[in-house]
Ligand binder design. Structure first.
Ligand SMILES: O=C(O)c1ccccc1N[C@@H]1O[C@H](COP(=O)(O)O)[C@@H](O)[C@H]1O
Length: 205
C-alpha cells in the first residue's frame, strides 16, 4: 500500500472527492504561474477542514506569501520549491512540517541527509522551457531510486496516473505518491473519477 496525496485541488467538490476517496493528504498550489493557482478567496470557498492533512505548495516563497495563506487556512505541511536553508527558515518561522521538492534525473540528485526537514517530494526535473518547476506531467526513471538509502520520509511525484502508479511504486519502493496532472481532464481541471481511481490504485499497490 502506498499513501496518496492529491495536489492542485481548486474546488470544494474535488476536495470532497479526494477526502471521501481516502486521500492521505490534499494539496493546494500557491504559485501564480500554475493552472492550479488558488487565490485566498478561492481557498476560503473550499473550506478544507482538518479531516485530511493539508499541504500548501510554494515556489521560492517570501514569508509574507505563506503568512497570507495561513491567515485564512491552517496547513499541516508546506511543500516548498527552494533550497534547504530557505526551507529550514520557513519551518522555523511557521511551525508547519516542511517537505522540500527535489528534481531528480539520476541517483546523484537524491538527498543524502535529512537537511533538518520533515521529508522530500521527489519528482522529475522540469522539461526544458517549462515555466514551472513541477506539475508538468513528466516522469523520470524510477529505477534510479533502487539503491537509495532515504534519509527522511519522501513522496514520489511526476507524471503519475491511475494506470502507472502501481508500477511506479514497485520500481521506486515509494511508500507515498503524489499526483496532480494525472487526475485532470485538462490543466487545472480535476476529474472526480480519476481522483478515486488514483487513490484506489495507490492504496492497492
Ligand atoms: O501543479 C503545479 O502547477 C505545480 C507548480 C509548481 C510546482 C509544482 C507543481 N506541482 C507539483 O508537481 C508534482 C508533480 O505533478 P504532476 O503529477 O506531474 O502534475 C506534484 O507534487 C504537484 O503537486
Amino acid at each position: 500500500m502506498a499513501r496518496a496525496k492529491i495536489c492542485g485541488l481548486r474546488t470544494r467538490e474535488t476536495w470532497l472527492a479526494a477526502t471521501d476517496a481516502g486521500a492521505d493528504w490534499v494539496g493546494f498550489v500557491f504559485f501564480p504561474r500554475s493552472p492550479r493557482f488558488l487565490t485566498t478567496e478561492a481557498l476560503k470557498a473550499i473550506g478544507a477542514d482538518a479531516r485530511v492533512p493539508r499541504v500548501g505548495l510554494f515556489v521560492d516563497p517570501e514569508p509574507a506569501a505563506i503568512e497570507a495563506v495561513l491567515k485564512v487556512q491552517d496547513l499541516e505541511f508546506l511543500q516548498i520549491y527552494a533550497g534547504a536553508e530557505a526551507c529550514r527558515a520557513m519551518r522555523a518561522r511557521f511551525g508547519a512540517k516542511v517537505w522540500r521538492a527535489v528534481g531528480v534525473a539520476s541517483a546523484a540528485d537524491l538527498p543524502r541527509d535529512d537537511e533538518g526537514l520533515d521529508g522530500f517530494l521527489i519528482e522529475s526535473k522540469p522539461p526544458r522551457g517549462a515555466d514551472r518547476p513541477g506539475g508538468n506531467a513528466t516522469a523520470f526513471d524510477w529505477a534510479v531510486m533502487q539503491r537509495w538509502q532515504a534519509p527522511a520520509p519522501w513522496l514520489l511525484a511526476g507524471g503519475l496516473t491511475p494506470a502507472n502508479v502501481a508500477a511506479a511504486v514497485r520500481a521506486s519502493g515509494a511508500a507515498a505518491v503524489d499526483v496532480s496532472s494525472g487526475v485532470e481532464s485538462a490543466p487545472g481541471e480535476k476529474s472526480v473519477p480519476l481522483i478515486r481511481d488514483f487513490v484506489a490504485a495507490a492504496h492497492a499497490a
